[in-house]
Design a protein around this ligand. Sequence first.
Ligand code: NI
Length: 481
Amino acid sequence: MFAGRRRRWLPHAAAALAASCALAGCFGGGSDRQGRQVADSSAIREVTLDAVPGLSTATRSEQNDRRRLFTGYPKIPGAPALTEALARSENDEIEPFLADTAKAPRAPHAIPELNIQWSLAAADRDVVGVRLTTSTFMGANGGEARRTLWYDGRTGTVLSSAQLLNGTEGLRRLAELVRGRLGTQANPGQVTADPKTFSSLAFNVDGDLVAEFSDYAIAPGAAGRVATVLARGTYEGMLSDFGRRARDASLAAKPRLSLGTVPKSPASSPSAAAGAPKVDCAKAKCVALTFDDGPGPYTGRLLDLLAQRRARATFFVVGNNADAHPDLLRREVSEGHEIGNHTQDHRDLSRLPALQVNQQVQHTQEIVRTTTGRAPVLLRPPYGAANKTVAEVAKSLGLVQALWNVDTNDWRDRDSTVVAERAVSGAHPGAVILMHDIHKTTVEAVPRILDRLSAQGYTFATVSDVLAGRPVALGGRFSGR
Ligand code: NI
């Protein structure tokens, strides 16, 4: 669906670096943190999400003055062991982060952040590869960790990247080849035949084997992403049988996963009551319900509930979830709701360089536009964290920053009575209420919110409806009235 996923496009200055990467160890190639986009040979092939029928996503998100957390992984029908392994893998990073940030003193100007992104390195026939990128910021420093898990549908088991290789001999040979290709910024002595060294092995578009390393694993953190590329002729004899299947799956021209299950679509059927009328908030008593971080497993149910009461809402969607649920995105638009941009990866934009902020916002603009025919006009920066750069990027892309003035803290209190109470008690004409449609308890709170606010004479409007007639300059901020 998307030819140019992130890490593929190439601005000028990076070209020379990209060319040299093919020959030797590659430093900084494709580094998101540096904001450089290098179409280098160490870029791992990404498979578009429509290769997986019935794909859904699991998202976890937290925002407070102590920490910022956003993590996600794909739930692949027919591969329960993979779903469990991904959940475990993410938990192994989340738990220490929660413990560390619970102890650390509050730092309002350097709030720690944990962000885990995923992409598909392969999804064809009975082979899946899921790449996880963990970005951590602990107030003063941080880095990225990279891991690729593989799934063999023939045996129903999850394999580590090291298992793409033909046992100890394959690992030994790979370590030797990687050591010989590293430049001066890395320490070859740290590249050993230990399977843990090779946490992320996958393939580029040409079928070359890419060995990428976590920051600090074999080089100083300043080196950024270190990756080594091995041409096909070089590595062929080192692969395990599964490794060869993984490679073939990674190269499939029209990848299509087939694990013998026929999952039903996560989107429930559109309701007959779809399509609430437009509203003039200068006359009506309006309130804007907003749902962030989806779409997710409960969004279809939420749309049913909204349609039954002819209520409109605004959905601030994140890239991977939007990409995984095009049917829900289309349904949101066709039933009169508004879709806003909540960025590609849900990073704290206030800590990113302009090029990367632009990429974070633009990619989600494109997903929504290509899926629904309409690009968002509202940007909700994750955590509400913004600065001058964010304002400039928003302006350049024709967006107003849309925040909120009622926070239900629904991510923290998974109790639909509490969530409904906060939404109802915070409501006032022109209010913008923050919720998240990735939580079942939030969706369960919605009938009560709708019933009680309707009884008070409220009309459920989109954020743009509430904003109408009170223009905010492009790039400016609007938090409701
Ligand atoms: Ni969010």
